[in-house]
Design a protein around this ligand. Structure first.
Ligand code: NAG
Ligand code: NAG
Ligand code: NAG
Length: 294
């Protein structure tokens, strides 16, 4: 192995273990990438929490410096109270290649007194159209709750606190989120042409600024990729991910509790599922839907 390769290996190796640090400072891994003036760091522990706000001028967002391949990514989020119709508060991951991969959490705001919807979506090879929406069993504006992506070579889990709300499995013959390291993002933006009751309820700027708070940034057992164009580096990360706790054993498939979680969500909280929206797909549901729910 050449000099460059072993250097890269060291980078990935250390990233894998360093990333076990709990609840890091915002600026260790992230920077404000749009609406900088609307990105705030309230005290007393400046840098533990970031508040993204949207004014009539602009929304705002942060992004990780590096992309990551596999791992566990979680952030605690508290959305805004009161009138939030038309606003979208998002925590997502995405690669930046032409046929990109993406995993989304999107809190769709509502008029005062009506509940948020939590929309999730998955893009593989540049194609999304995999929306699911749920009501939450709590008010996401009342307190922080943890939202997690757990991504390994076999499945992606979406967790709200300890509850699995969605799974996307790596199924033979179907595209999967593979070999494309993804950046981690948080954002606050105007989605009032679609977000609330399909765009009927608009943003009311009298309630601006709209602010959501993010804290407890955790990236675990993940491989930070310095150069996503280096195949060597990706292979190394892939190998490291496979031997991490997330890439092995029970974490490769759903356990009993997770199966029960998903059944509970589907029965009680699901408000939209692309897999049962036959009209949208000319009568044929997408092939991955067979394994979307246990
Ligand atoms: C935007 O909001 C500011 C502060 O509330 C206000 O002064 C200004 O008139 C608004 N601009 C527009 C175009 O609505
Ligand atoms: C907002 O509230 C209405 C009325 O309860 C509900 O139909 C809708 O699903 C809620 N959420 C969104 C994002 O529209
Ligand atoms: C699954 O991942 C969690 C989090 O790292 C870990 O605690 C657990 O041991 C893993 N399970 C297996 C069987 O690897």
């Amino acid at each position: 192995m050449g000099k460059t390769n072993s250097a890269l290996l060291v980078v990935c190796f250390s990233a894998l273990f360093i990333s076990a640090a709990q609840a890091s400072w915002f600026w260790n891994d992230f920077y404000a990438f749009f609406g900088q003036n609307n990105v705030k760091f309230p005290g007393p522990k400046v840098g533990r929490t970031v508040v993204l706000s949207m004014t009539n001028q602009t929304g705002s967002g942060f992004r990780s410096y590096s992309p990551y391949l596999f791992g566990r990514f979680s952030i605690k989020i508290k959305t805004m109270k009161g009138y939030s119709a038309g606003t979208v508060t998002a925590f997502h991951m995405a690669s930046n290649s032409k046929n990109w991969c993406e995993l989304d959490y999107e809190f769709l705001g509502n008029v005062t007194g009506q509940p948020y919807n939590l929309q999730t979506n998955i893009f593989v090879e540049g194609i999304g159209n995999r929306e699911q929406r749920i009501n939450l069993w709590f008010d996401p504006s009342a307190a922080y709750h943890e939202y997690t992506f757990l991504w390994n070579q076999k499945q992606v889990l979406f967790l709200v606190d300890t509850i699995v709300i969605r799974v996307f499995k790596n199924q033979q013959g179907l595209p999967y989120l593979d070999y494309q390291p993804m950046f981690v993002y948080g954002s606050e933006w105007n989605g009032d042409d679609w977000a609330t009751r399909g765009g009927l309820d608009k943003i009311n700027w009298a309630y601006a600024p709209f602010e959501a708070s993010f804290t407890a940034f955790n990236i675990h057992n993940s491989c930070k990729v310095k150069n996503p164009l280096s195949l060597n580096q990706l292979h190394t990360c892939y190998r490291k991910a496979r031997i991490s706790t997330y890439g092995q054993g029970v974490n490769l498939s759903l356990n009993k509790k997770q199966i029960n979680d998903l059944r509970w969500i589907r029965q009680k909280y699901l408000t939209y599922d692309y897999c049962i929206d036959k009209a949208r797909f000319a009568g044929k549901v997408p092939p991955e839907c067979r394994q979307n729910w246990p």
